[in-house]
Design a protein around this ligand. Structure first.
Ligand code: SAH
Length: 283
């Protein structure tokens, strides 16, 4: 899968690309990343990328011409031409997106980026991310080229670079082969909402496999005792059935405490509901 980032600060991403899974995924040839310096698509002596907003007001706006040239240089046609093209390869409407390219504008006004969006993006061949700066990007770039506007949360950043890095990171780790263990993405927070993990463990309800849309359970490692606190005994005794039960209960506890909104959408088993009631009763 290929990611292309358009930014006025190409150096911003250097550290991010050189560490951990992002570095390894590139080294293994699973992910290719291109960073495009918006200033290299300017023609004036000052390499101007911004201008004052029409209608007045604070700040500056990223001008449309350099961005349009950047798109052209990357072989990205305006959206209308692309829509016409994809209408020809007779895809049933509403079919999940798979393959192809999406152009994304990072924006505080965008739809909220979350794990389900990351899962969709991970199906694509190519994602192009435009990093805004100042007050944002001339809206005609959004209209002409962008398939979606994505926000990483309800706060305002000073630039789209961190947002683009987050979208890239969360998406990339869902590409098959990027994480060592194929299933590990499913077992994390927000993992497969349908809990459709293929490995079956006898006597454990299927809903107890995978995160099923809940938050992850807490993790412990050695030493067994640290600062007077012991790791939960159940994790030390090697009874995997008990360990799974305990972890599921912890997931329910944590989700109830920190993100009760997720419980409304999560597919819960009868057992889950009983456990949840018991947790609520304990207060
Ligand atoms: N005037 C804009 C904020 C501009 S911040 C507004 O009020 O909505 C400058 C740039 O930072 C934006 O163009 C966008 O690319 C990026 N940005 C800011 N907040 C963001 C968020 N929550 N998610 C994604 N990108 C964001």
């Amino acid at each position: 899968m290929r990611f292309d980032l358009v930014t006025i600060f190409p150096g911003f991403f250097a550290g991010f690309f050189e560490h951990g899974i992002v570095r390894r995924a590139q080294a293994d040839g699973l992910v290719e990343i291109g960073v495009h310096d918006l200033r290299s698509f300017t023609h004036d002596r000052h390499r101007t990328v911004d201008d004052r907003p029409f209608g007045g007001g604070e700040g500056m706006v990223l001008k449309p011409e350099p961005l349009a040239r950047a798109m052209e240089a990357m072989g990205i046609a305006p959206r209308q031409q692309r829509v016409l093209r994809s209408a020809q390869d007779d895809k049933a409407e509403g079919e999940p997106i798979s393959g192809g390219t999406r152009v994304i504008l990072t924006s505080a006004q965008g739809c909220r980026f979350d794990q389900s969006v990351a899962r969709e993006l991970a199906q694509l061949d190519r994602v192009v991310l435009i990093c805004g700066r100042y007050e944002g990007v001339d809206e005609r770039i959004n209209e002409l080229y962008c398939d979606m506007e994505l926000s990483i949360g309800d706060y305002v950043l000073s630039g789209g670079e961190l947002a683009a890095a987050i979208v890239l990171d969360a998406t990339m780790r869902l590409i098959p082969g990027v994480l060592g263990n194929e299933a590990s993405g499913e077992f994390e927070s927000f993992g497969a909402a349908d809990a459709s993990i293929t490995t079956d463990v006898e006597g454990v309800p299927r809903s107890q496999h995978g995160s099923g849309g809940l938050l992850d359970y807490p993790h412990y490692t050695r030493p067994a005792e640290f600062a007077g606190l012991r790791a939960p005994e159940v994790l030390l005794n090697g009874d995997h059935q008990q360990i799974r039960r305990w972890r599921r209960e912890q997931q329910l506890r944590k989700t109830l405490r920190n993100r009760p909104d997720l419980l409304e959408r999560a597919p819960l088993s009868e057992e889950d509901r009983r456990v949840l009631e018991a947790i609520k009763e304990q207060g």
